[in-house]
Ligand binder design. Structure first.
Ligand code: CMX
Length: 133
């Protein structure tokens, strides 16, 4: 798989407003975008550090995957997103190599990226996202 870099790290939080006190107030990072991804039932907030982004994920409903994650495991590291040239090609390659996919095909995520997830049960417990422009 020809991955380019870590595009972002997703972090599940109860409240973006509350979390900003840490990311802006303590770490001194700037929140450059807030976007709701209705499909995923999350509100996202983006910060940049070097080439890597941090994406805060706040659930917008009780049946959001992020609400379920927080209820089970608490706030914290939710996923790592790897940048690829072509999300569908990378998903197909992962599938051919026996990895269980959450998304068989890329769909639109925050910032207009084409995204797809690999199941954490196939990846030693890390929810991995593949994304491309
Ligand atoms: N990282 C690591 N493990 C995770 C996880 C995560 N983010 N989310 C769930 N798991 C684990 C659970 O702990 C559980 O493990 P155990 O059986 O050992 O307890 C297992 O995966 C199954 O989890 P579950 O709670 O039963 O939840 P579901 O199977 O209903 O869903 C998952 C899990 C990953 C398939 C689902 O959350 C999903 O489809 N995620 C992809 C979409 C997503 O997360 N969207 C939000 C972000 C959107 C964005 O960035 O735009």
């Amino acid at each position: 798989m020809d991955l380019k870099k870590i595009e972002h790290i997703g972090i599940a939080v109860n409240s973006i407003e509350e979390a900003k006190n840490f990311y802006e107030g303590v770490l001194g990072l700037e929140c450059y975008a807030i976007e709701e991804v209705k499909d995923q039932k999350v509100k996202t907030a983006f910060f940049k550090i070097g080439e890597v982004k941090i994406e805060l994920l706040e659930p917008t409903s009780e049946d959001s995957p992020v609400a379920k994650f927080i209820a089970k495991r608490g706030q914290g590291m939710h996923h790592i997103a790897f940048a690829a040239d072509d999300t569908n090609a990378a998903l197909n390659e992962a599938k051919e190599k026996g990895i269980r996919l959450i998304d068989e095909k890329a769909r639109k995520g925050a910032e207009g990226l084409n995204i797809g997830f690999l199941h954490p049960k196939s990846t030693m417990g890390i929810l991995a996202e593949i994304c491309s422009k």
